[in-house]
Unconditional design. Structure first.
Length: 304
């Protein structure tokens, strides 16, 4: 009886630890996403408004509609109202096809960014339109990456990008760049071509920043020459849930038998996997190649 009671206590203790860890993780996600929302709102009220730019996506479409209503109808609409209406469709896609926690956290980001963009004052930093386009795009990309790294998004086309990436297994941010370019070209016909073209520069800088910082949907191929192939394969599977293939070879210099472990992993996991491999075999030789596309079964960590 005492053993059973002790066992139950240990289970409860472990359960509480795991629960607290999950709660701390959620709190940390909310904090980071809130900071990203503040950064996006500040970027809108400084660089974006100062340059008269359209950042693409839901934010760009919101600003474009604000400009249309103001210029042609003389009606000033709040950023929050338009942005929430535009994001209604993408939020539905998120709830149905991506993940509930992911979508709820994204909704918090959308609402907070919208409210802060209306509340915070517009403070121009510089009048140089090229500097505004480049640095505004970089800041926008950093803010969006902060959200994505904590399993959330800033809304709009990002929902579509995540959906396509998870369902098709491809990096779809270039597709989103193309869609945003079409929106901005439409703005050029209606208003100013200079501002539309600079907005494309803004969006390009933002997309490239996201590609550098957020690599979940990019893959890397590993070729690992090692004398401990089984241990390396087990480590790759335990660390990333990805399998591996062991190939036999011969060293051309010493003519000794060598093993090559071949595996494809997510780019964001690559550095940590290499560290684990080097701990197992300090003499391991690792070649990392960028993978353009994977066709077949490839494990992708699900979005909650």
């Amino acid at each position: 009886m005492n053993l059973k009671k002790g066992f139950k206590k240990e289970i409860k203790k472990e359960f509480k630890k795991r629960k607290k860890k999950v709660e701390d993780h959620i709190v940390w996600r909310v904090i980071v996403v809130s900071l990203a929302s503040l950064l996006m709102a500040l970027n809108i009220n400084t660089f974006v408004h100062a340059g008269g730019l359209l950042p693409g996506g839901a934010s760009g479409l919101t600003l474009l509609l604000q400009e249309i209503f103001d210029s042609f109808l003389g009606i000033k609409l709040p950023y929050t109202l338009i942005n929430l209406l535009i994001n209604a469709g993408p939020v539905y896609i998120g709830f149905k096809f991506v993940g509930k926690k992911f979508t709820m956290l994204s909704c918090w980001c959308i609402v907070l960014t919208s409210v802060l963009a209306d509340v915070l004052p517009a403070i121009p930093v510089t009048k140089d339109i090229l500097l505004i386009s480049i640095f505004g795009g970089l800041i926008n990309g950093i803010a969006i990456s902060m959200c994505l790294l904590k399993d959330a998004t800033s809304g709009g086309t990002d929902f579509i990008a995540i959906y396509l990436s998870e369902k098709r297994g491809v990096d779809s941010f270039n597709l989103i760049l193309g869609i945003n370019a079409c929106i901005l070209i439409s703005a050029g016909f209606l208003f100013n071509w200079d501002k539309a073209l600079y907005s494309i520069v803004f969006q390009f800088a933002s997309t490239m920043t996201i590609r550098i910082l957020y690599r979940k949907y990019q893959q890397a191929t590993l070729f690992i020459v090692t004398n401990k192939p089984k241990e390396v394969c087990e480590a790759i599977y335990e660390h990333s849930n990805h399998g591996a293939t062991i190939l036999k070879g011969e060293g051309s210099y010493e003519h000794h038998e060598r093993y090559v472990v071949y595996s494809i992993v997510s780019s964001e996991e690559c550095s940590s996997i290499v560290s684990v491999v080097k701990k197992i075999d300090k003499e391991a030789f690792v070649n990392i190649l960028k993978t353009e596309r994977v066709v077949g079964r490839f494990y992708q960590r699900p979005t909650d």
